[in-house]
Design a protein. Sequence first.
Length: 215
Amino acid sequence: MNHQEPDVPTRKVIVTLLKTKGPQSVGELSRQLGITEMAVRRHLNTLERDSLIESKLVRQAMGRPTHLYSLAPAADDLFPKKYQHLTLDLLEELEAIAGQQQVDLLFERRKERLIGRYEDRMKGKPLADKVRELADIQHANGYMVNLETTENGVFLLQEHNCPISQVANQYTYACSCELAMFQDLLGSGAAVERTECLAKGGNKCTYVIQQLEER
């Protein structure tokens, strides 16, 4: 039997307490949670192991020094963010002030910056290795990538998540730039076709990639 699952909500409460109340000692957390200090330490050890909290020894006017626990920088990702809404608001303002062309130019510049960031990982590699590198890049960026190779050597790169979905739904040029980025990184010897798109109602983004025959 797995005994860890009931502990997960308690760790979430601890993280929330540290977020809202600031650094806390084991005793303070024990009193607020209504559990033993031993149980609190077990949860803190898990959170510290996952690099979500950190501790420092604080000297007190009376008594022994005590450890105070606070959130580590990595814990910031656990809390809701509204970046998509801010991004859309800013793009809409830019479109109203400067027109659609300037919005498209932003996506073009982003595409060129990403190509510059990743092109060294592609140099001198055969297409199969380039495709695997591309899949690793996209997966690391949150696209939940699945890569398959068919019997005739065609690659199917499937993205089950789009981190910029709300932006892409409104500004489909972002999707065009992703396709162009794939083509540029994989080189002129590859043909890249998108057959399904999340922003256009698909269940995933699917890219069909194959080696072009030399003439």
